[in-house]
Each structure stands twice: as C-alpha cells, then as structure tokens.
Design a protein around this ligand. Structure first.
Ligand SMILES: [Zn+2]
Length: 274
C-alpha cells in the first residue's frame, strides 16, 4: 500500500525549543534552496510524491522554489508564516499569521491551499481553538496533531488515524490527519519523522511502517530539509535541544533513500482524494 510523505519547508534555524532561538529579521545563511533541490531530485529518482508544508517566510523569499516544487507534482500546503508556536499566540495573532501565509502561497502557485501544519505540532490541549480558525480560513485538512505527550507538543487524547475532530461539542468539517505512531504496551510510540526517524535504526522504522500498514493505514512520514544537511550552521542550544535538533543528521539522507526504495509515497491530497 501507499504511504504519505510530508516535508515542513522551513530554514535550518526555525526551531521552537525556547523563545528567541531565531529572529526572522536577521539575515541568516540560506540553506533551503539547495536542500529542497536535493529532496526533489531524490523524490523524482524514487518516484515519490509529497506534501510540502511551506512556511510563508520561505515562500516570500524564494517564490520560484515553491513553483518548482509544485511543477514537480507535489502538493503545496501551509506551515503558517513566522513559525511561532500556536499556543503562545492569541487566536487573532494566529489567524493573521496563517491567513497571510495562505494568501501569499496561493498567489505564488495560482491555486488554493488545502492543508495546514502547525510549527512544532503546536495544536495541543491549550490551542484546540486553532481548528475552528483553520476551518474558517478555508482549509480542508490539518496535520498538526501528534497523539503523544512531550514537553513541547502533543495531544495524547487524539485518535491515531484521520478523523473529524470535535471542538466544544461541535463536529468540525476539517479533517485531522495525525502524525503516525505504533501501539506498544498500550502506548502511542512515534517513529516516522524528525528526531524519531533520525534516532531509530532503519530496520525498526521499517517494522513500524509494516505494523501500521497491517492496521490498514498509511504511515505519514515527516522531515525537514535541514535534516539531510550536515553542513548547516549550528544554533546555540542546550545539550538536550542540540540532541533533538542534530542527532543523526549525517545518516538521515541514507535512511530516507532506503525508505523511498522500499515504500511507495504520495501526498495527503492524493492519498485522501481531497
Ligand atoms: Zn516547522
């Protein structure tokens, strides 16, 4: 069966472990163009299609890159504009950020954007109101929920598979497509992207993909362009944050290639025929 591939299209410095890690006004080194082109050539080589959740900040600086991604047959979706955690914004601030990003990207690709993913999975019990705003802004689906609990993110009460969430008793038309987990000893265990993908051996990841597929569901893999870039500049982070951000960067591209060789991938839009 097919699985789902997603990329959060942001720069190497867009991290939210603590406040003020980055400032979008600074002129940092640009790594996104070369890293995205590398991903596009790998996806072409292994005939994979993906959903790219594009950060408005990146789209504004590199509109041709976004057109190139779309022209390669991938889905363009939104990652908001400034990469701030949702639960640290007011509903009005969140609405302004996402609305600006949606219009910006739609102008670049000349078609409407159907999906949204929050910076750092920040739809949590503190920010469920975000679903209502996304629906109001015309999004068809959201992919911002991780059904686990961590210090930074997670909505442990969420179903593991796509569903229409309820907010304050109302069933929403917005489709929620959560990040993948496997069930081990009654726990949801993450494996399919980011730090988890970098830290786990390929054979473990592959067994987890097979386990989810045996449940009749696709796995949703997620990665960032910076995760295949060992030459990126380093952020000033604590030891723990450094580990989360950089562990396994050197071997990540090879692991991605093995995954692309063994499994077939498509975008969220194509998988669910949205
Ligand atoms: Zn992000």
């Amino acid at each position: 069966m097919k699985n789902i591939l997603t990329i959060d299209l942001e720069e190497w410095f867009h991290a939210n472990y603590h406040e003020n890690i980055f400032d979008n006004q600074n002129s940092y080194e640009v790594r996104i163009v070369q890293n995205t082109k590398r991903l596009l050539s790998l996806f072409e080589e292994y005939n994979a299609k993906a959903t790219f959740f594009v950060l408005g900040f990146v789209a504004e600086k590199h509109p041709q890159l976004i057109r190139d991604i779309a022209a390669s047959g991938h889905e363009i979706a939104s990652h908001g504009y400034g990469h701030q955690l949702i639960y640290e914004q007011t509903p009005d601030e969140f609405k302004a950020d996402v609305s600006k990003a949606k219009i910006l990207v739609e102008d670049i690709i000349g078609k409407s954007v159907k999906g949204y993913r929050a910076p750092s999975w920040s739809i949590t019990p503190k920010s469920l109101w975000a679903w209502e705003i996304l629906q109001e802004l015309g999004f068809i689906y959201d992919a911002s929920v991780f059904p686990i609990e961590t210090y930074l993110y997670g909505l442990p009460s969420s179903p593991r598979f796509p569903h229409h969430p309820k907010h304050e008793g109302r069933l929403l038309s917005l489709l929620e497509v959560p990040s993948s987990t496997v069930r081990i000893f009654n726990q949801n265990i993450p494996f399919a992207g980011g730090f988890y993908f970098r830290v786990l051996p390929y054979l473990v990841i592959s067994q987890c993909i097979k386990a989810v597929n045996r449940e009749g569901q696709p796995v949703l893999v997620y990665l960032h362009p910076r995760e295949i870039d060992p030459g990126q500049p380093r952020l000033k982070l604590s030891l723990k944050e450094s580990l989360i951000h950089y562990y396994g960067i050197k071997s990540c591209e090879q692991k991605l290639i093995r995954t692309l060789k063994e499994y077939e991938f498509t975008s969220i839009e194509q998988y669910y025929e949205l």
